[in-house]
Design a protein around this ligand. Structure first.
Ligand code: SF4
Length: 697
């Protein structure tokens, strides 16, 4: 077998796939996986155009040989018979195959008519997770809609992450910070509502989770606070099975007590404003109240407090268990407050902030601070907050129903598996005059499309570790080159938008880019997008900074070098914090799926995930439910039916249903109107009150 660090630069035009691969020799390519933000280094074996195997790259400085089942499923995903190969257009109710010039021309004409009739705000996009791992596709989507000058921008960031962006913005003046553990020095890691062994982090990429968690546990303590005894909890120093939806009570108590004993007073004097307001805000959260709200014993709570005091510094990370709940904002705020009060940010053993390898935020000379600026939501939902130029997804369906949005682009996302009120979402999408879906695989959103763009998968295009780089465990840069040429008429998303823009007379190409679909065009676009600062050819193997820059947030980003400890809006949300209902829904990820992707694809010999309704066995028994029974789950917003799984790892009062599935689709239990966070417009999906009953046959 030949080894190939610098893969050939494949031409980007479609090829005849009958290439007699059997006669060819095997080649091993060095690359990195872009299914999730862990960005594991991989070795990919091909023979001709056949992708044979993906395995971990032991020489990769960050992942060191680790891969998860999703990464190893890439060959099966690439060769999946449901891959989209040709542009499709809906005619008389059916999708029919057309050529690219016709597909782009028809779309340009129909969009042009809508724009003349209703203006730019009648055209919207929804960007899902997949496009966040496609640097050029992400750029092109943004550039096209900037050129169109429409405010109708919706992304998955408002579905499960807005609390993290909001807290970062309100406390630092910049929404893009995310605490990264100093793994080599961390002696106290607190994980709340997150299960990185399975999810590989939330927003952040928690690469090689078991090895990294073991290392931190050997150095000190890893505490997991989660209603479920998750895979992460099983290996932790200590697991607290908290009542679902009550994390903020525990965190408020910890901050309150640490302000009395355990705070880093020198750090607070030098780097924090709002200490008195924070102290007042958490004052009502005494031990009795915390015990009552969390269901934890006083001993458990005090043990956690003692562990933090003993280690003095800590890293505290959250996941969808908290970030999709009613207390998302206050929980995230208190996690940050905990780390600031203990002087843990940008100090050895605490958390640091990744400035990115490509973007190098530590070299920004003059920061333009974001001040938590809020604008009204879209016309049909003005009460929803528009932040950072983006409307919450909760408003999109209303906008379609009101006739305000008539054309929608969905590059790399699946709103049917991610938006609340599934039936209403499907009906709204059916009403659209234009629904453009750019995807790699047939799925339920493709079924509704008027125009389908068959897109290149990650093995068919070049990419750089850019868009999500601030959320990685290391400052690392790597170029992934195309491993195989695109099959049939698959095209990169950037090219689709570029062609459409050209037909519509819009200019989106950056200076110096010709927009030709030819060998190396992805790479030249990446070079331009990275400001020409990087020698991309030197990044065909990963480059990682051994000593990441630390101190740039305090030294340069923060106004006067000071955190804002008590943003008013968050203080007010904490003041009105309510205990969680008795039985609630908690969401979660699975090991073998990435949201709705890879639901039914796996590497050879590996199994697939299934979506079941997980219940605590003793609670199930009281309901008369046995393993495998069909149960009905109801919330105020809707209901679903699925098979019960009696799960010894479940805490009482919690009903766990993984998201990203159609049956059961957990989004049926959520609503765009009844349970929406007022500060971010996020639809609540964690801590939602539910009832469960046995479904009669
Ligand atoms: S954790 Fe899995 S999906 Fe994520 S980058 Fe690594 S191999 Fe890919």
């Amino acid at each position: 077998m030949r080894s190939c660090v610098e893969s050939d630069r494949w031409g980007l035009l479609g090829v005849d796939t009958d290439t007699g691969d059997e006669a060819r020799e095997e080649i091993e390519h060095v690359s990195f996986c872009r299914i999730c933000n862990a960005a594991c280094g991989v070795r990919i074996t091909t023979r001709g155009e056949r992708v044979l195997q993906v395995r971990g790259d032991r020489d990769h400085p960050l992942s060191r040989g680790y891969t998860c089942p999703k990464g190893r499923a890439l060959p099966a995903f690439h060769h999946d018979p449901r891959r989209l190969d040709h542009p499709l257009l809906r005619r008389r109710g059916s999708l029919v195959r057309v050529g690219w010039p016709y597909a782009i021309g028809d779309l340009a004409t129909r969009l042009g008519e809508i724009l003349v009739d209703a203006g730019p705000s009648s055209v919207a996009y929804y960007m899902g997770t997949a496009v966040a791992f496609d640097t050029c596709g992400y750029w092109a989507t943004q550039a096209f809609f900037e050129a169109l000058d429409t405010p109708q921008k919706y992304t998955c960031a408002t579905l499960d992450t807005p609390a993290k962006l909001l807290v970062s913005e309100l406390m630092s003046g910049f929404a893009g910070l995310h605490p990264i553990p100093d793994i080599a020095g961390c002696r106290m890691l607190l994980l709340i509502g997150t299960n990185p062994v399975v999810s590989h982090g939330h927003l952040s990429g928690f690469t090689n989770p078991v090895a990294n968690l073991r290392k931190m546990a050997r150095q000190g303590d890893v505490w997991v606070v989660d209603p479920r005894r998750t895979a992460t909890a099983l290996g932790a120093t200590r697991h607290l099975a908290i009542r679902p939806g009550s994390d903020a009570f525990l965190l408020a108590f910890l901050v309150r007590e640490l302000l009395t004993e355990g705070a880093d007073r020198d750090y607070l004097a030098a780097h924090a404003d709002g200490l008195d307001s924070l102290r007042s805000a958490v004052a009502p959260f005494d031990l009795d109240r915390t015990v009552g709200a969390t269901g934890l014993s006083a001993e458990e709570i005090l043990d956690l407090l003692a562990a933090i005091r003993r280690h003095r510094r800590l890293v505290a990370l959250s996941g969808t268990g908290t970030t999709m709940s009613a207390a998302a904002n206050v929980s995230e705020w208190l996690l940050w407050a905990l780390q600031i009060v203990t002087g843990s940010f940008e100090r050895p053993g605490g958390a640091w902030f990744n400035p990115g390898f490509v973007n190098r935020l530590d070299r920004v000379e003059q920061w333009q601070h974001e001040e938590g600026h809020v604008e009204p939501g879209p016309a049909s939902r003005p009460e929803l907050p528009r932040r950072r130029g983006e409307y919450p997804c909760a408003g999109l369906i209303d906008e379609i129903e009101a006739g305000n949005v008539r054309a929608l682009f969905v590059p790399g996302g699946n709103p049917i598996a991610a938006f609340p009120e599934t039936d209403r979402t499907i009906e709204a999408f059916r009403r659209l005059e234009v629904l453009v879906v750019g995807d790699v695989l047939e799925n339920e959103i493709v079924d509704l499309a008027t125009h389908v763009w068959p897109c290149t998968g990650q093995l068919e295009r070049a990419d750089l570790s850019g868009v999500m780089e601030f959320y990685r465990l290391a400052v690392i840069g790597q170029l992934a080159r195309p491993i195989v040429p695109p099959v049939a008429e698959r095209r990169p998303i950037w090219w689709c938008f570029d062609q459409l823009a050209e037909r519509m007379g819009l200019q989106i190409r950056p200076p110096g880019f010709r927009g030709e679909l030819e060998a190396g065009s992805d790479e030249s676009l990446l070079s331009i997008l990275s400001g020409g600062r990087l020698d991309l050819s030197s990044l065909s193997t990963a480059k990682m900074l051994d000593d990441p820059p630390v101190g740039w947030v305090e030294g340069n980003l923060l106004r006067g070098g000071r955190w804002r400890l008590a943003p008013e809006a968050l203080v007010e949300q904490l003041r009105t914090l309510q205990p969680a209902p008795e039985r609630v829904l908690i969401p979660g990820r699975q090991l073998r799926t990435m949201n709705s992707a890879l639901r039914d694809v796996s590497a050879e010999g590996e199994r697939q995930d299934v979506a079941l309704i997980h219940l605590a066995p003793e609670e199930a028994e009281r309901m008369g439910v046995s393993e495998g029974d069909r149960v009905r789950v109801r919330s105020a917003a809707g209901e679903l039916v699925g098979k019960a799984r009696l799960d010894e790892c479940m805490g009482t009062g919690a009903v766990w249903i993984p998201h990203g599935w159609l049956d059961p689709n957990v989004c049926r239990l959520t609503s765009t109107k009844q349970e929406v966070d007022p500060l971010t417009g996020m639809v609540l999906q964690s801590g939602v009150a539910v009832e469960v009953e046995l479904e009669p046959w």
